[in-house]
Design a protein. Structure first.
Length: 252
């Protein structure tokens, strides 16, 4: 299928590993120039860039700590300086720290909300203004979780709250800018084979897999293909939606 996104430019936050890395590859294969971000894993981020350049794509890696609102605020400008424009924003970076509410510090709560939700507000605001200035259409996809709807069962209430926040935020932003041709959607994941859940899966694989009706954990690549579709010209009529790619963990 021709996704119609060749020549577009995308920001993929958290593109050094896991789901973001797979999305960066998939978009680059569709002909999109990629600005992927990382926080600490410079070598891994640069390997992704090298791989994309190796198959003829164009990519850069940008270090940004999305827990820091000043840094998050500068991201879109930094990419515009390098590529001249941004057409697609994939808000993928996230953290999944473990703490039950009775022991949770305000610092832990704030860091999780900053990375998973506040940074999405800041990058989306700048991206929308960039699209409006250029009078061009744009696509935003946020990576959320089944936990946004089910809540957490294993000590991640701050994470679940941040991911629920993305739902209300995306619907509101989608309504504000539908007429400007800016589509805003979420992709809700269940359990994907990445570093984020590696330890939890090693310790308690049966507990997690038993909750997935399809009976298996997702591969990052299959999630990336869905994300690619959502930011493509084939999804122009989808906005304000949350697409569930959870192997059936989330059925609504
Ligand atoms: P990983 O832990 O594998 O990768 C996280 C990515 O986010 C890395 O690129 C990391 O950069 C980046 N990152 C982490 N903290 C920051 C920060 N403070 N500032 C900037 N970047 C940061 O995660 P996944 O690929 O598994 O998760 C991707 C998204 O999918 C997340 O939003 C997650 O919540 C969501 N999700 C994942 C599920 C799963 O089962 N894996 C299930 C449901 C949702 P660096 O490499 O430099 O550390």
């Amino acid at each position: 299928m021709n996704l119609g996104i060749k020549g577009k430019t995308a920001i993929v936050t958290g593109g050094s590993r896991g789901v973001g890395k797979a999305i960066s590859y998939a978009l680059a294969e569709a002909g999109v120039d990629i600005a992927l971000t990382y926080q600490g894993n410079k070598d891994q981020a640069e390997d992704v860039v090298k791989e994309i350049c190796h198959f003829g794509g164009k990519a850069i890696a940008i270090q940004v700590d999305l827990a820091n609102t000043n840094e998050a605020n500068q991201l879109v400008d930094r990419v515009v300086q390098q590529f001249g424009k941004v057409d697609i924003l994939v808000n993928n970076a996230g953290v999944w720290p473990k703490s039950y509410v009775k022991e949770m510090s305000l610092t832990e709560w704030e860091k999780t909300l900053n990375v998973n939700l506040t940074s999405v507000f800041l990058t989306s605001r700048d991206f929308v203004n960039h699209c409006l200035e250029r009078e061009k259409r744009g696509k935003i996809v946020n990576i959320t979780s089944q936990a946004a709807f089910h809540g957490s069962t294993t000590g991640h209430a701050h994470y679940a709250a941040s991911k629920s926040g993305l739902i209300g935020f995306a619907i509101s932003l989608a309504r504000e800018h539908a007429k400007d041709g800016i589509n805003v959607n979420n992709l809700a994941l269940g359990i994907v084979e990445t570093d984020m859940v590696k330890e939890a899966l090693e310790k308690n694989q049966a507990y997690y897999v038993d909750r997935i009706p399809l009976g298996r954990v997702a591969k990052p690549k299959e999630i990336a293909e869905i994300a690619c579709f959502l930011v493509s010209e084939k999804a122009n009529y989808i906005t304000g939606a949350t697409l569930d790619a959870t192997g059936g963990m989330l059925m609504r």
